[in-house]
Design a protein around this ligand. Structure first.
Ligand SMILES: [Zn+2]
Length: 224
């Protein structure tokens, strides 16, 4: 689940009403940043409004989520310029053809992991996300190693890469709107589980360094 968190103090959220629709689905949590929540684990799809279309982050889970979001964007007159998957878990790799054949980004490690586990992701989506187009799962473009910003024509979206929840996880900071997209690292209904393989890697590196009598050598871990 992707959690979008209002990072700064002050300011409220605003529901984006769509004409003819009785149930509001998009909530503006910061300037030009909208959220649509799925019934699946209260997962949040994030829409960032750019200069010529929107950046769609973790766009939804089942087929209904994806279709509803696509229809809402059409009603609002917004097209999709790019996508982003915060991390390589199956429920963050989904897409719908109506969003268009635009670049869908992830960190290099996220993309490598998603490709390695593509069959498992499709199997889980078929079981847990009815109506989601499984053939579009995880078709990501890797960012350059160490990329600091999402490459798109819109406000700066800063990438904070770490492995705490999944390999190549990226929290996204949208500074102008005081929003952090935490991508499963915060939730009211699901524990933000650690990626134990990464933990083992850190532990092993620390143990090796300790036995060699030198300072621990481990990667910087930045939590969102
Ligand atoms: Zn996850």
């Amino acid at each position: 689940m992707a959690a979008a968190v209002k990072a700064g103090a002050g300011g409220g959220s605003r529901v984006i009403q769509i004409v003819g629709q009785t149930v509001p689905v998009l909530v503006e949590v910061g300037e030009g940043v909208l959220v649509r929540q799925s019934q699946f684990c209260q997962s949040n799809a994030i829409v960032v409004i750019g200069c010529d279309g929107v950046l769609l982050i973790d766009p939804g889970v089942d087929g209904h989520d994806l279709m509803a979001l696509s229809e809402d964007l059409v009603r609002l007159g917004l097209s999709v310029a790019a996508g982003y998957a915060t991390h390589p878990h199956w429920d963050h790799l989904l897409w719908h053809a109506d969003f268009g054949a635009v670049p869908r980004y992830g960190t290099e490690k996220c993309v490598v992991t998603a490709r390695a586990n593509a069959l498992d992701a499709r199997t889980k989506a078929q079981r847990l996300a009815p109506g989601a187009p499984v053939e579009l799962i995880g078709l990501l473009t890797p960012l350059a190693s160490g990329a600091a910003l999402v490459p798109w024509d819109g406000p700066d979206v800063q990438i904070i890469e770490h492995d705490a929840h999944a390999p190549g996880h990226a929290a996204l900071v949208i500074a102008h709107a005081d929003v952090v997209v935490a991508g499963d690292m915060l939730s009211d209904v699901e524990m933000p589980l650690l990626d134990l393989c990464s933990a083992q890697e850190i532990l092993s590196a620390t143990t090796r360094s300790d036995s060699a009598g030198s300072p621990p050598h481990s990667r910087t871990q930045t939590s969102p």
